[in-house]
Design a protein around this ligand. Structure first.
Ligand code: AGP
Length: 610
């Protein structure tokens, strides 16, 4: 939600910032802007719409300056227009700021600023924020650094802001009050700071993440301070390993399709990373908590959206492999009574910067729970909060609709559940070994499923004009049904509901008629016969049926209107295979409907507001 890119160096900042913003555009794409300092003055350029609109508007201008800050917005306070677009300047025009996140106490700050004779041109909390800083600075005659050190903790809510002060113009200050900002150092003392590490690729070779509760002076020295103690901290610089090509679509028309097809590799890399590599080996990472794990009576999973669906699948993994009940909570609905001191919480987040998840994890941590995070972004806020941070190796996921992040999360969860099962004496080491072996074969089976792509494209043609869909499954098929429905909604804007097939007859069946297709997850597991019954119930009401199955049974082929056949595997591993046709179906329907597949309307990839 909102992307920030700030540059300071010897080159013209504009082309560097605009390229970085394009890589950050998945975080918000309703308006964009840049401030440049040309050695004398700051100049702000902003436009409503995508970054391409800003870029186009710059054609006839001559944007110059070696210091600059850019922003791509996902509106929270105030409509998406040019006035509300960032950067925002203070009333005295001294400070210019971009902001990601929300200032929850902006109403109170606004009132006190109004009392001090401030006026506002727009509706954003970010404009309040820049004036709050300017007011404190002026009243107490402080440098920008001291203003932020002394007053930033009065700001409530999670946010990251980056500010330029015209009276101390050769530096930029970035403050992290609970989000992500990565600072990179390149050749010739160039510094680029971005909301996502991937946006730094190609410009810098060393990177550090600005932890929540700290600020950075972005200049050649790049000093970092703790906001509580006000003490200087030593940044930990690491080599930036990403290459810029991993951020391109290559031969694919959309990132979503590319990322669907990357799942084979992403799962293999995640298995390799968590089960072989000596530093990150799962057993080694979890070892300090082995005693806790053997005594556990339950696990709580906290996540949102697709990551929450991965958590729901993991309920089955932990149940069957470790004899452990799992309570999978929406992060935004998390209640402190959901966990106690010493409980184990697994937080799942692709981005590691989802505000709802961070908030819930912080509450669980405050209560004394042990936090394991499963995250795709090294150095993100959630990895900083967790006691054990396990990384998935999906690589950059740029399409707003999550695909490869989901299956790599399932991979990590399956490995953790079986490790817990072994330590709890529920799974023999040999059984664990054979399960891991089966998991290693999953990428090959995904490859087989992907061969259905042309057929699924045809099915999309057949069903694209339906206005509503039901997705139905039982057992692990239920969260996959929810995930499939979410994918369709996100990218095609068609209403879809994912339901437990057993629950469907308790109400939602009233929706069924010839215009409402149902997608069934009908794999050959313990639920198969019941699923067939549910399928027949829909058919009896003239509903159209698409079934995803590995069954050789002729009945399903006879009863369903269309069948997508997937290979067989152990029942617990079905979700890895059944989700793929649903991702492809959503993609092809969206393609036919002409939506903005990688950046669907109203959405953003990292939801950094609560
Ligand atoms: C998935 O397609 C969505 N874009 C969304 O539900 C996402 O999974 C959710 O916002 C959680 O994000 P996270 O995994 O980065 O925390």
């Amino acid at each position: 939600m909102c992307g920030i890119a700030a540059y300071i160096g010897q080159k013209n900042a504009y082309p560097i910032i605009i390229e970085a913003l394009k890589r950050l555009e998945y975080r918000g794409y309703d308006s964009a802007g840049i401030v440049l300092y040309d050695g004398k003055n700051t100049k702000i350029y902003k436009e409503a719409g995508a970054i391409s609109c800003l870029e186009k508007s710059m054609d006839q201008k001559n944007p110059i300056g070696k210091i600059g800050i850019g922003h791509t917005r996902w509106a929270t306070h105030g409509v998406a227009n040019t006035i509300n677009a960032h950067p925002h300047h203070s009333q005295n025009k001294r400070l210019t700021l971009v902001h990601n996140g929300t200032v929850l106490n902006h109403h109170l700050l606004r009132e006190s600023l109004l009392a001090d004779d401030f006026h506002f041109y727009g509706e954003t909390d970010s404009e309040i924020l820049v004036n709050f800083l300017a007011n404190q600075q002026a009243k107490e005659n402080l440098s920008l650094l001291d203003t932020i050190l002394q007053h930033s903790l009065k700001l409530e809510g999670r946010s990251v802001f980056v500010v330029h002060d015209l009276e101390d113009p050769n530096k930029i200050i970035a403050c992290n009050l609970g989000g992500d900002l990565f600072i990179g150092k390149g050749k010739d003392k160039q510094i680029l700071a971005c909301s996502d590490k991937n946006a730094l690729a190609g410009y810098v070779d060393q990177v550090t993440s600005l932890a929540p509760g700290t600020l950075a002076i972005i200049d050649a020295d790049c000093q970092i301070f703790d906001l509580n103690s006000k003490l200087k901290l030593k940044p930990e610089w690491k080599k930036l390993k990403l290459n810029a090509e991993s951020l391109e679509k290559g031969a694919y028309p959309h990132f979503m399709l590319k990322e669907i097809f990357e799942q084979e590799e992403a799962i293999s890399k995640t298995i390799e990373h968590l089960s072989k590599s000596s530093n990150y080996k799962l057993e080694k990472m979890l070892e300090p908590y082995r005693r806790t794990i053997t005594r556990l009576r339950k696990i709580t999973i906290i996540a949102c959206g697709t990551s929450w669906h991965a958590g729901l699948v993991a309920k089955h993994f932990f149940n069957e492999l470790a004899d452990l009940p799992v309570y999978c909570e929406y992060a935004s609905e998390f209640m402190p009574t959901d966990v106690g001191a010493g409980d184990l919480v697994i937080a799942i987040s692709q981005s590691g910067s989802t505000a709802d998840t961070l908030q819930a994890v912080q509450s669980a941590k405050d209560i004394g729970a042990v936090i394991i995070s499963i995250c795709n972004v090294e150095g993100s806020a959630i990895t900083n909060l967790a006691d054990v941070s396990l990384l998935t190796k999906a690589g950059p996921e740029i399409g707003v609709a999550s695909t490869k992040a989901f299956t790599t999360q399932l991979t990590a969860l399956f490995l953790i559940a079986s490790q817990c099962g072994e330590w709890r004496g529920y799974l023999s080491p040999n059984r664990k070994k054979s399960l891991w072996k089966e998991l290693k074969n999953i990428p090959l089976k995904i490859n087989e499923v992907l061969r259905n792509n042309p057929k699924i494209a045809e099915l999309a043609k057949k069903y694209q004009s339906a206005n509503n869909f039901l997705y139905l499954g039982r057992g692990t098929g239920f969260p996959i049904a929810m995930e499939g429905a979410l994918k369709l909604k996100e990218v095609s804007y068609i209403h879809a509901e994912g339901l437990s097939a057993g629950e469907m007859k308790h109400g939602s069946i009233a929706l069924i008629d010839k215009n409402m297709p149902s997608l069934f997850i009908a794999t050959e597991d313990e639920h198969y016969d019941k699923i067939i019954n549910n399928l027949l119930e829909i058919k009896a009401r003239n509903g159209k049926i698409i079934a995803i199955t590995d069954s050789l049974d002729t009945q399903i082929k006879k009863e369903a209107d269309d069948v997508i056949v997937i290979p067989s595997c152990s029942p617990l591993l079905y979700p890895f295979l059944t989700v793929i046709p649903l991702q492809l179906f959503a993609y092809h329907v969206a393609l036919l409907r002409g939506t903005n597949i990688d950046k669907p309307r109203n959405l953003a990839k990292s939801v950094t507001v609560e």
